[in-house]
Design a protein around this ligand. Structure first.
Ligand SMILES: C[S@@+](CC[C@H](N)C(=O)[O-])C[C@H]1O[C@@H](n2cnc3c(N)ncnc32)[C@H](O)[C@@H]1O
Length: 237
């Protein structure tokens, strides 16, 4: 399993768990909630559905999924501090009964084949060593006919938007991170280059192929904020 990246991500998120939700809003100009809503709209979270939310973190996506009537969400993450930080918001939203946090790794899910009606994952693939193998594992636990949807950052293609994105990720975010705490300074120094590297190594067409190779059909994508975020979704054949 991906020991090095797993360890790195664990250290990274342990330091920022308590401020994660507030900072996410600030760093994405309040756009991240919109992206998550779209992701949820592409998930098969119909009444009675059993949904797996991977890289759930503080469970922002899990709460949006569980807000549907009688939807039961398993929120899996490898970071105990991130899962714990979601406990109080879940309680305040009255969703404690519907969201079950599970500590675990996306690369080796502790569930049987076809256990879920829908699977979602957010900002995960940059933290795993073998993204296509991880996508396979995520698809394994999805039932035939179930939906899978992911949200990931990307890099705008248009030159002006790309320049704005670069200034935002390399300058603005960095300054905000430095002002907030050493842990946020480390996180914001990592984030922009991590997105650029991932997209250089694996263009979005490759993400689509990972889905298709894992048995997902009707794969669609939608870009947000000039291409700085992408939602990808499809159905298990
Ligand atoms: C940027 S956060 C996203 C949290 C949440 N989904 C959201 O939309 O705000 C990424 C999460 O992925 C988790 N993560 C990273 N690598 C993982 C892995 N291999 N297995 C499970 N979770 C992982 C981290 O612990 C972190 O909570």
């Amino acid at each position: 399993m991906a020991v090095e990246r797993t360890r790195f991500a664990k250290r990274l998120f342990a330091g920022i768990a308590s401020q994660y939700e507030r900072m996410g809003v600030l760093l994405s100009f309040g756009q991240d909630a919109r992206w998550r809503r779209f992701l949820v709209s592409r998930s098969n979270a119909v009444p009675g559905a059993r949904v797996l939310d991977v890289a759930a973190g503080t469970q922002l996506v899990s709460r949006a999924l569980a807000a549907g009537q009688n939807v039961h969400v398993v929120a899996l993450d490898q970071s105990e501090p991130m899962l714990r930080a979601g406990g109080e918001p879940n309680r305040l939203a009255g969703l404690e009964e519907q969201i079950r946090p599970v500590l675990g790794h996306a690369e080796r899910l502790p569930f049987g084949d076809g256990s879920f009606d829908a699977v979602s994952f957010t900002y995960l693939l940059r933290y795993v060593d073998d993204p296509p193998a991880t996508v396979h594992e995520l698809v394994r636990v999805l039932r035939v006919g179930g939906s899978i949807a992911m949200l990931e950052f990307s890099v705008p293609e248009a030159p002006l938007a790309r320049l704005g994105w670069w200034i935002q990720t390399r300058v603005v975010m960095r300054l905000v991170g430095i002002a907030v705490s050493p842990a946020w300074a480390r996180t914001t120094a990592f984030l922009g280059p991590s997105i650029s590297r991932f997209v250089d190594d694996h263009p979005i067409e490759e993400w689509v192929r990972w889905f298709q190779a894992a048995g997902i059909r009707h794969v669609r994508t939608r870009s947000f904020l000039f291409g700085s975020a992408v939602v990808l979704w499809g159905v298990k054949s």
